[in-house]
Design a protein around this ligand. Structure first.
Ligand SMILES: C[S@@+](CC[C@H](N)C(=O)[O-])C[C@H]1O[C@@H](n2cnc3c(N)ncnc32)[C@H](O)[C@@H]1O
Length: 290
């Protein structure tokens, strides 16, 4: 088994820290809160759950918090809603470590059973759920879903941050993920980065912001991004639209879906150096962003 050590976040829920990516799995403001606000709420799950069935795609399943929050929301609204879920994750030791009693008891009993089955068997079938966890590099496993073809009403897009894990924020990966989004579906991510938004735009999605609620840092301007083929979305603010006109908006590229993080970062840096777009530091000065 792994040696994942739980770390407390400010809402009382726990997260893990990855030494490999040098980053926590969740915001220090609250792991569980992030799952509800930035993923379940941002993809309108409470409304979608009024339908008889719903399809979910959890990209970077990790501790399973986004899946768990989604199931809690859906079955609170409609206990009979039939859920089909696919989840993608590289490292099986993460979901396995997350089902220890002290971590999992934050969820309702039925959701605890589901997270346990997913971590142990990679599948869970109940009267109202059909869930499958695909272990491997999401750049490869997503291709299985495109072939089915699977189209989700909600996609939770939750890799480590773009600088730490650029391989999952490229135009090419978003293009495959967008193929797995239903025409009326929504993809939500915590990232508000301009390069991420332009990668989503190039993949054919429209983008909107996740407006700030009560819980945020003083310098925040958004909780993240929602992508969809159709409005309505919360429009980007003037600040965010101008961010998309700067060099920061040059997206990551990974034509064969196989490059290393270092290669992808280096390619973007080269493109930025040759760009005629406004520098991001001048945009920051204009908007007094430290
Ligand atoms: C920020 S954490 C996700 C947190 C998760 N959504 C949760 O609620 O606990 C990122 C996850 O991405 C996984 N990961 C990293 N690289 C990956 C890859 N290439 N393909 C699939 N998963 C990957 C990590 O193992 C980690 O579990």
């Amino acid at each position: 088994m792994s040696d994942w050590i739980p770390q407390l976040t400010e809402d009382g829920s726990f997260t893990f820290f990855s030494e490999t990516f040098n980053e926590a799995f969740h915001s220090h403001l609250g792991a569980k809160q992030e799952a509800f606000i930035k993923f379940a709420q941002a993809t309108d799950l409470a409304t979608k759950a009024e339908q008889p069935s719903i399809r979910l795609l959890d990209v970077c399943y990790g501790l399973g918090y986004n899946t768990a929050a989604a199931l809690e929301v859906i079955w609170t609204v409609n206990p009979n809603c039939q859920v089909t879920l696919y989840a993608l994750e590289l490292d099986i030791t993460v979901p396995q470590a997350a089902i220890s009693p002290s971590l999992i008891d934050t969820w309702s009993a039925p959701v605890q059973e589901i997270l346990t089955a997913i971590a142990q068997q990679h599948h869970c079938t109940t009267v109202t759920l059909n869930a499958t966890l695909l272990i491997g590099d999401a750049r490869q496993t997503i291709q299985q879903l495109c072939q089915i073809p699977f189209q989700a009403d909600a996609i939770f897009f939750d890799p480590f941050s773009p600088r730490r894990c650029p391989q999952l924020w490229t135009v090419e990966f978003f293009t495959l993920v967008a193929q797995c989004l239903a025409p009326t579906g929504k993809l939500a991510t915590y990232s508000r980065s301009a390069s991420v938004r332009s990668a989503m735009l190039e993949a054919g999605l429209q983008v909107g912001t996740i407006p700030l609620g009560v819980v945020h840092q003083p310098n925040d301007w958004s909780h993240g991004t929602v992508g969809s083929f159709h409005p309505p979305l919360h429009s980007l603010s003037q600040l965010e639209q101008e961010h998309l006109q700067t060099r920061a908006a040059i997206p990551y590229r990974d034509r064969n879906l196989s490059d290393s993080a270092a290669t992808i970062l280096q390619r973007q840096t080269q493109e930025q150096q040759q760009s005629q777009l406004e520098s991001t530091s001048s945009w920051r000065r204009r908007w007094s962003i430290p």
